[in-house]
Design a protein around this ligand. Structure first.
Ligand SMILES: Nc1ncnc2c1ncn2[C@@H]1O[C@H](COP(=O)(O)OP(=O)(O)O)[C@@H](O)[C@H]1O
Ligand SMILES: [Mg+2]
Length: 250
């Protein structure tokens, strides 16, 4: 398999605080790569650097074999980013939101119209295309946010905690859609502090804490790092053993 995205010593400092610390990860084409870590681990900052929103203090990102920082303009249309913070416009209709984002990639005319409806259908919002985003539930806004990021048919889709604070139905819908996108050929990066989601979805998992990746592997490989008999161990326990901390508060 070929590497689609690779970080080299990726580091972000805010003042004296090292938020992302010498991160070296490689994501293979076709993979669902999960970044699992508690709140404050540095997941969003990592995603923001990988997608060119935040400039690294040190280190770099190679995307599709090119230096992402140098070739960002020509590589942007291969990337779809669903950030943790919703990036939709409340006072625009659903279809206008998707139009706004999809047209940024130079898609126009009848192709643009077709992509808007295709994206809305994909997230189950085609019948609400003419409604204002402000009338949507949290789960629907999340789904609209996804529609805005896929209209240009990216090769790599980056999801930052897309299921936080939404109803179970929308959550399952989103997880199914991510699997479907992957089956159709997209490579996925998925961040979460929910180990069940990461375990169900991801083919490779990097465990992150305090700005550092502390272990990478399949769910099985990670469990074997802390225990020989993995039949009754969870990723939560793996995290606890490796860091001495709970992944999240219950
Ligand atoms: N713009 C910023 N300025 C200062 N500190 C920041 C900024 N963005 C994030 N941080 C800090 O960096 C750490 C990691 O944040 P973040 O990447 O959002 O973690 P996660 O997504 O894993 O919850 C946190 O301690 C956060 O407060
Ligand atoms: Mg985050």
């Amino acid at each position: 398999m070929s590497i689609i995205l690779k970080t080299t010593d990726l580091t972000k400092k805010y003042g004296n605080k090292v938020v992302v610390d010498n991160l070296n990860i490689s994501i293979e084409k076709g993979e669902v790569f999960g970044l699992l870590g508690p709140n404050g681990a540095g997941k969003s900052t990592t995603m923001n650097m990988i997608t060119g929103i935040v400039k690294p203090t040190l280190g770099g990102v190679e995307f599709m074999g090119e230096d992402f920082m140098k070739k960002r303009k020509s590589l942007m249309d291969k990337l779809g980013y669903i950030p943790q913070e919703l990036a939709i416009h409340e006072n625009l209709k659903a279809w206008e939101n998707v139009e706004l984002f999809t047209s940024l990639y130079g898609i126009k005319g009848s192709k643009l119209k077709q992509r808007i409806d295709e994206s809305l259908e994909y997230v189950g919002l085609l019948d609400r295309r003419n409604d204002f985003a402000k009338t949507f539930s949290g789960g629907m806004k999340r789904r609209l946010n996804i529609a805005c990021a896929i209209g240009h048919h990216p090769d790599l889709l980056v999801f930052d905690e897309p299921t936080v604070g939404i109803d179970p139905q929308s959550r399952n819908f989103i997880l199914d859609k991510i699997k479907e996108s992957n089956r159709k050929g997209a490579t996925i990066i998925y961040t979460s502090h929910y180990m069940e989601e990461v375990e169900a979805l991801c083919t490779k998992i990097a465990i992150m804490d305090n700005g550092k990746v502390i272990a990478t592997g399949t769910s099985e490989e990670l469990k074997k790092m802390v225990k020989d008999d993995i039949s009754d161990i969870t990723l939560e326990e793996v995290f606890l053993t490796m860091t001495g901390k709970k992944l999240r508060d219950y």
